[in-house]
Ligand binder design. Structure first.
Ligand code: HEM
Length: 502
């Protein structure tokens, strides 16, 4: 006898298999309508889909297009624009001042904490202003202008000189990749400062294993902050993948050396020995070994690609402009053989070129996300509820035609006063407060003096020693296009220069 088949339950005369998809679609649509109607930023201008989802923004982030996407939204929707249900882009100057002023209640958003995957917070990720203020005070002394001049200037100078010798050597043989060399310069400086001993990467011409893994780790962290489920990749038994998603322990173990050198006061100069000493001397609390490890990594991560990329774009921008290059070479040629940073500070064009590079090609032009405080706030005429992330990006402020004339053109003369052949546009109040390549307020860059010292030496040596250098043919506007993963970098991760006629 054939088995009996139970009659299928029917609703409104339809089988449940037919109904199920309608039910799912109904729930999804209902949920979307609910989200759109209750979206806390629904009254703010922005694309309709940003009321429902952050997926479009995420796509821009993971494809390295975030700054361009946000900039395009500002152009279309104005200075206050909804980027996702709980993130708002801000390019209004008075709102920017309000968000980042000293003593601000707009604190760093939890994005920073999710970005750094270390067991404790360090200076970069601390949110609480009191905790951050104490740490900042400790580190600021070791990165102050006077401390750097007294203790580190000759190290920075020697490394910049060696780096330029290496570039010159490669360029004379065939071509030199200045992206690689400026990166090595910046990593040799930050690792020497953090570890109290040189890593010697400029000598070998390549990053050591520690730096290679650290770089992958920061790349992995940038991806995981957007897609946390990728943390599971740490279980994939492939070294290159594990280096990206599971190498914190390796890095923190490597950083033990920084602790050892600091605690034993080894080495002529030691930034963290000074940090520990200051901490103990002034009774400002105890700094644990883990704090030293994490801050050493922060200095290396925050101080390497930033300086290396900015120098790369400076070289590229100047070599595209033969007249400017000749004027800079002539100025650098006036330096004596034993010139110091104080002599370079006296060179108007060189410093104006650094400023103009920082305006258009500073390596950190992305959103600096902050959280709207309790009670919400009114920015640029719009109410923004508490807890919303507000993001300001230097990329947009540094290209605002209301602030800069001919904003897209690379014109160092805008930084020079009339008696030096310039237009001194930077003296305008708006330009001054909109210009923030090193961040702004209490969370601005602690390494600014170090970065400026490195850039001054590097540029002075390069244009003094490498007269007549030109861009190699394989370096083009396409290869130099920005890719934006918090920092920017040239798409090709290379920038070749040569002495050869092409
Ligand atoms: C041209 C080079 C550099 C650029 C463009 C740059 C840019 C920035 C920016 C924009 C910020 C603010 C980040 C934010 O608010 O989210 C920042 C913070 C920071 N930078 Fe730099 N930086 C550079 C070089 C350096 C160097 C050489 C160091 C090494 C000490 C360094 C260490 C730091 C640290 C520790 C912070 C966090 C400060 C805090 O939150 O109190 N940076 N930097």
């Amino acid at each position: 006898m054939a088995p009996s088949i139970a009659a299928e339950p029917m609703v409104f005369g339809l089988s449940r298999y037919v109904l199920l998809p309608f039910l799912v679609i109904g729930i999804v649509v209902g949920r979307l309508i609910y989200v759109a109607l209750t979206c806390p930023t629904r009254h703010i201008p922005g694309p309709w889909y940003t009321r429902f989802t952050h997926l479009r923004l995420k796509r821009a982030v993971v494809t390295g297009q975030r700054i361009f996407y946000i900039d395009s939204l500002h152009k279309k929707y104005g200075p206050i624009v909804r980027l996702s249900p709980n993130e708002v882009g801000v390019s209004d100057l008075s709102a920017f001042r309000e968000i980042h002023k000293i003593g601000t209640k707009y604190l760093k958003s939890d994005w920073y904490g999710r970005l750094a995957n270390f067991p404790k917070h360090g200076i970069f990720t601390m949110i609480d202003p009191k905790e951050h203020g104490m740490r900042r005070k400790l580190l600021s002394r070791s990165f102050s202008k006077s401390y750097l001049v007294d203790n580190w200037e000759y190290v920075v100078r020697d490394k910049a000189q060696l780096c330029v010798e290496k570039i010159k050597g490669d360029a004379m043989r065939s071509s030199a990749d200045v992206y690689n060399w400026w990166m090595l310069l910046a990593s040799d400086v930050t690792t020497h400062l953090s570890f109290g001993e040189p890593f010697g990467m400029l000598q070998t011409g390549k990053a050591n294993q520690f730096m290679r893994v650290l770089k992958k780790l920061t790349m992995g962290a940038g991806i995981m902050v957007e897609m946390p489920f990728l943390r599971l990749l740490r279980f994939v038994p492939i070294t290159s993948i594990q280096e990206m998603f599971n190498c914190n322990e390796y890095i923190l173990r490597g950083a033990d050396r920084a602790v050892e050198m600091a605690r034993t006061r080894t080495g002529e100069n030691n930034v963290f020995a000074k940090v520990i000493e200051d901490c103990e001397k002034e009774g400002e609390g105890h700094i644990e070994d883990m704090d030293v490890r994490i801050e050493a990594m922060n200095v290396i991560i925050a101080g390497t690609d930033t300086t290396g990329v900015t120098l790369t774009y400076l070289t590229w921008a100047v070599l595209q402009r033969p007249e400017l290059q000749a004027a800079l070479e002539a100025e650098a040629a006036t330096l004596k053989d034993d010139f110091k940073e104080k002599d370079v500070i006296e060179l108007p064009l060189l410093n104006a070129i650094i400023e103009e590079t920082l305006r258009l090609y500073g390596a950190a032009p992305s959103s600096l996300p902050r959280t709207v405080p309790q009670g919400g706030s009114k920015l640029g005429g719009h109410y923004i509820p508490s807890g919303t992330t507000v993001s300001t990006q230097a990329y947009t402020f540094h290209r605002d035609a209301n602030i800069w004339s001919d904003p897209l053109s690379f014109n160092p003369y805008r930084w020079l006063s009339a008696d030096k052949g310039g237009t001194a546009e930077a003296l305008s109040r708006d330009a001054k407060s909109a210009f923030h390549p090193f961040g702004v307020g209490a969370r601005s860059c602690v390494g600014v003096h170090l970065a400026r010292m490195e850039m001054r030496y590097a540029v002075a040596f390069f244009f003094r020693e490498c007269s007549g250098m030109r861009l190699a043919q394989r370096t083009t506007p396409e290869t130099m296009q920005f890719e934006n993963f918090f920092l920017i970098a040239p798409k090709a991760h290379a920038c070749h220069v040569t002495f050869a006629k092409q």
